[in-house]
Design a protein around this ligand. Structure first.
Ligand SMILES: *Cc1c(COP(=O)(O)O)cnc(C)c1O
Length: 422
């Protein structure tokens, strides 16, 4: 595709975009009396307009049915997580039995580690990417300590080579191979939140298994951004949050994937709760935890209806749009953004996200050597919402459900303006 740095070109692309109509299904924050240029769906997705009605439905059912809402509500609450896990199948390449929504991301990561990190004197190390999201680092550090190991020796981080921003796959595979006697778990982000690098999940999984370790992934920045094939790639477990690209709203319920080969095995250890127990026995109130033979076997508490309802509503839009079409549009918009940024002169930054669209999702990370924070402030004043991440990155993410080529172009115009006045 030949790109052109004009508004007319961006408009033309939007006119040809079969998903353009979905933009009207979202509320945009207002800046300077008009819609903000919102390129921050990697941090918090916009509110879909159907959320309000969906919440009102549950309020009405609670009002009118009270406890009977568990089975008499329009969407019986007993099975609420399944209204989300079904539409997630296509996004994650998993069966419904391998998916559930529950708790929040960091909590789910702890729960998964308690099942998949079972260290002994010989095998106790966890391999992760250097510069992982802090919450993930804290999870691993404290889990390792919980089992009596020292994070200094038990946590191995793969870093970019000196002078580079991205982690090379060959380096990841080499370390997995080298540590194969002592590695218990490989825990990687799907996409690194800072650089936007999308890691090779199948290759990492194959290497981890060859080394005798489990492979788990934090898909916070992948969920609703890049379709993945968790079952076929033989990933052991994955977790994610739902408030980024999935538009589930602040603090929305998190999600988890457990591969069928583990989920169907009742002997596979997990922390029990009545919502993870076989349904037929759940209300018998008997002794003895009998886990469901599926990812729901990791659930503990009663379904958090009001924490799931917005996600359920948002996922209806994903189903209507189709994740394949969303990904195609996303690649087009992000490529266009990269093209436009290359036209800029008089402003000193570098795109650290991989150039190859197969190694990134919707996000481009712009690394500023100096005055990045100031430039971020000027963007904000001009009606752009993007985020700043210490020590030097502005993250820009056109989300295909509601962003347009024109949003991308307006972002470019504003940053070009800042550059010419620098
Ligand atoms: C956003 C994000 C989190 C946030 O975790 P919560 O438990 O939802 O607060 C954790 N890890 C990664 C990689 C993230 O991108």
């Amino acid at each position: 595709m030949e790109y052109v740095a004009t508004l007319a070109f961006a408009r033309e692309r939007d006119q040809q975009d079969p998903l353009h109509k979905f933009r009207d299904q979202f509320y945009f924050p207002q800046r300077n009396g008009k819609d903000a240029i919102y390129l921050c769906g990697n941090s918090l997705g916009l509110q879909p307009k159907n959320v309000k009605g969906a919440i009102e439905q549950e309020l009405a059912d609670w009002q009118q049915c009270a406890v009977e809402g568990y089975w008499k509500a329009k969407n019986p609450w007993l099975y609420y997580q399944q209204y989300c896990s079904k539409p997630l199948m296509g996004l994650f390449g998993a069966s419904q039995q391998e998916l559930t929504v529950m708790n929040t991301l960091t909590v789910n990561l702890h729960l998964m580690m308690l099942s998949f990190y079972r260290p002994n004197k010989q095998r106790f190390k966890v391999l992760m990417e250097a510069g992982a999201f802090p919450s993930d680092q804290y999870v691993v550090e404290t889990q390792v300590k919980l089992f009596g190991f020292d994070p200094e020796s038990a946590v191995i981080e793969v870093s970019p080579r000196p002078g580079e921003s991205l982690i090379r796959l060959e380096d990841i595979l080499e370390i997995i191979n080298r540590e194969s006697d002592s590695l218990a778990l490989v825990l990687f982000g799907g996409i690194n939140y800072y650089t936007g690098q999308f890691f090779d999940i199948p290759a990492i999984t194959v290497a981890a298994h060859k080394a005798g370790a489990y492979a788990g992934f934090d898909l916070a920045h992948v969920a609703g951004n890049i379709p993945v094939e968790l079952h076929n790639w033989d990933v052991d477990f994955a977790v994610w949050c739902s408030y980024k690209y999935l538009n589930g709203g602040p603090g929305a319920v998190g999600g988890a994937f457990v591969h069928e080969k583990h989920a169907s095995n009742r002997a596979f250890l997990r922390l029990g709760g009545w919502w993870g127990n076989e349904e037929s026995a759940r209300f018998k109130m008997e002794k003895g935890f009998v886990p469901k033979k599926e990812a729901e076997g990791w659930q503990q508490s009663t379904a958090q209806v009001f924490n799931m309802v917005s996600l359920k509503a948002s996922l209806e839009l994903f189903e209507a749009a189709g994740i394949g079409a969303l990904r195609s549009k996303s690649i087009g918009m992000t490529d266009y953004l990269a093209f436009l940024l290359q036209q800029l002169k008089g402003i000193n930054f570098q795109i650290i996200t991989p150039e190859n669209c197969n190694e990134r999702g919707a996000q481009l990370s712009l690394l500023f050597m100096n005055s990045g924070k100031e430039i971020h402030q000027r963007m904000t004043d001009a009606g752009i919402i993007v985020d700043w991440r210490e020590p030097g990155v502005i993250r820009v993410s056109p989300a295909p459900l509601y962003n347009s080529y024109q949003d991308v172009f307006h972002f470019y115009e504003i940053i070009a303006n800042i550059a010419s006045n620098a």
